[in-house]
Write a protein that binds this ligand. Structure first.
Ligand SMILES: [Zn+2]
Ligand SMILES: [Zn+2]
Length: 98
């Protein structure tokens, strides 16, 4: 009889490690709305959902609420109010050669 230990899926336990890799890969990347091209500034704030309602700059944390740790995989544009996948907001690196 063989017992296998499998990692628990879906609880986001390794998100912190993934987030830090993700953020380090984003150094210097420009951010703009993929729908309308609006560029958020440092002082622009997004609101978490109820009951949290924390206001923070979602691009500081790659979409993760600093208070309740909810991860927002989609980000609403403050200009055109359309939702786009968070990763789509980061402009591709023109120096990457792809
Ligand atoms: Zn929250
Ligand atoms: Zn937009």
């Amino acid at each position: 009889m063989e017992l296998l230990t499998l990692p628990k899926p879906g609880d986001g336990g390794d998100f912190a490690a993934g987030l830090s890799d993700f953020l380090s890969g984003l150094g210097g990347k420009k951010i703009r709305c993929p729908k309308c091209g609006w560029r958020p500034r440092k002082e622009d704030l997004w609101s978490c959902g109820p009951p949290c309602h924390t206001l923070w700059n979602t691009f500081d944390t790659a979409g993760r609420c600093p208070r309740c740790s909810k991860v927002w995989l989609h980000t609403a544009c403050l200009s055109c109010h359309q939702w786009s996948p968070h990763v789509d907001w980061y402009e591709p690196d023109p120096g990457a050669g792809t």
